[in-house]
Design a protein around this ligand. Structure first.
Ligand code: M6R
Length: 357
């Protein structure tokens, strides 16, 4: 039930702190150490490469997951759009592990890959919000997101839950493989929870951003570098699917290779700057578009912010910033759709789970 909320999407955005707390609780043992089922860890330890298979928002969560598996656990990881993988399978490593990420566990494109993979005798793990779903039943192992039912077509809390669960999985793998990349993840996720709450409390301020940047526009761009790039792609998808504003996410450095031609007077560009290593680079890219007339909404993080930034998220661990920054974009998409009088929870042409290939 959506209770006092006008829409399921807004409720689900607001559910995110509780979902984070639930995940922290579900994935720790009584001594508060990270805990993942032994069979899942065995799968990871005996694999030489991970293939993440997903669609839409779940694919975007997979892009962040790849960073965790490679940077923390040292396991090479590829992320693939399910519908492409089926008909254009890349060369596989000797001991692949397939991880299917799916909120619903019913996405036909992902299932087509799973059926194939099983035929070939490869190992599979499903990360899903729905226990007993098709992908959960058919894969060798399953991890549950514990986000509670997600009703709005636009996925919000499932995305952050997917990233949180993947971070836990990668940290446990790193620990089991004896890597020295362990962080106090539970403590960091608790900080993330507080930060998400702070962003949600700023909803009126974020609605103002929509008034200022998106009221009349037909298009918008999202730029970022490294993980911020992936969040930008997710922000663009969210905006597209419910506000019908044409939006695209780009790697900051790639703009000048073509896309910058689309920048006109007052074109809204959302730039995300949460990553120290590329902070100056993305700010340079923002200046490039500003010089061509773009209206830049700079979203940054405490500690890296500069005067004039439009919105600053609280500081969290640099690998976990997507969990917080995406909430800004979720709220921007929500208010943009609301202001245009669209059916926020049930956008045109879309279904919650896509069960046809
Ligand atoms: O249930 P799944 O996670 O497998 O769904 C995948 C996509 O269809 C889904 O994420 C879609 O992109 C959302 N509507 C995005 O908000």
């Amino acid at each position: 039930e959506k209770g006092t909320y006008d829409h399921f999407m807004l409720k689900e955005i607001n559910d995110q702190p509780a979902t984070m707390r639930k995940i922290i609780q579900e994935y720790q043992d009584k001594d508060e150490n990270l805990k993942i089922d032994g069979a899942v860890i065995d799968q990871l330890k005996s694999s030489d490469r991970i293939y993440i298979i997903a669609a839409g928002t779940s694919y975007h969560a997979g892009l962040i997951g790849k960073e965790y598996f490679e940077k923390w656990a040292g396991v090479p990881t590829e992320v693939h759009v399910a519908s492409e993988f089926v008909y254009n399978t890349p060369l596989l490593s000797e001991k692949p592990l397939f991880i299917f990420i799916s909120q619903s566990g019913e996405t036909a494109d992902s299932r087509a890959v799973l059926v194939d993979v099983k035929k070939q005798g490869h190992k599979s793990l499903t990360v899903t919000n729905v226990p007993g779903s098709t992908l959960a039943r058919e894969a060798d192992e399953t991890l549950i997101l514990h986000a509670g039912p997600e009703i709005a077509v636009a996925s919000t809390k499932a995305y952050t839950a997917q990233i949180a669960v993947l971070s836990i999985l990668a940290q446990v793998t790193a620990r089991e493989l004896g890597k020295d990349t362990e962080i106090n993840l539970m403590r960091e996720l608790a900080k993330v929870t507080t930060a998400i709450t702070a962003v949600i409390d700023d909803a009126p301020e974020i609605e103002q951003i929509v008034n200022e940047y998106l009221e009349t526009t037909r298009n918008a761009f999202f730029i970022g570098r490294t993980m911020d790039y992936y969040v930008g792609v997710e922000g663009a998808l969210k905006l597209k699917e419910i506000s019908y504003i044409q939006a695209e996410g780009f790697a900051g450095g790639e703009l000048k290779h073509g896309t910058i031609a689309l920048i006109e007077e007052n074109t809204p560009v959302f730039a995300l700057a949460t990553q120290e290593r590329v902070n100056l680079n993305i700010r340079g890219n923002a200046q490039e578009v500003e010089a061509r007339g773009a209206k830049v909404c700079m979203v940054s993080m405490e500690g890296m912010d500069q005067e004039g930034d439009t919105y600053v998220i609280p500081q969290v661990h640099e690998m976990l910033t997507p969990l917080v920054s995406v909430v800004v974009y979720q709220l921007i998409a929500y208010y943009a759709a609301l202001h245009r009088g669209n059916d926020v929870d049930k956008p045109r042409n879309l279904a919650k789970s896509v069960t046809v290939e």
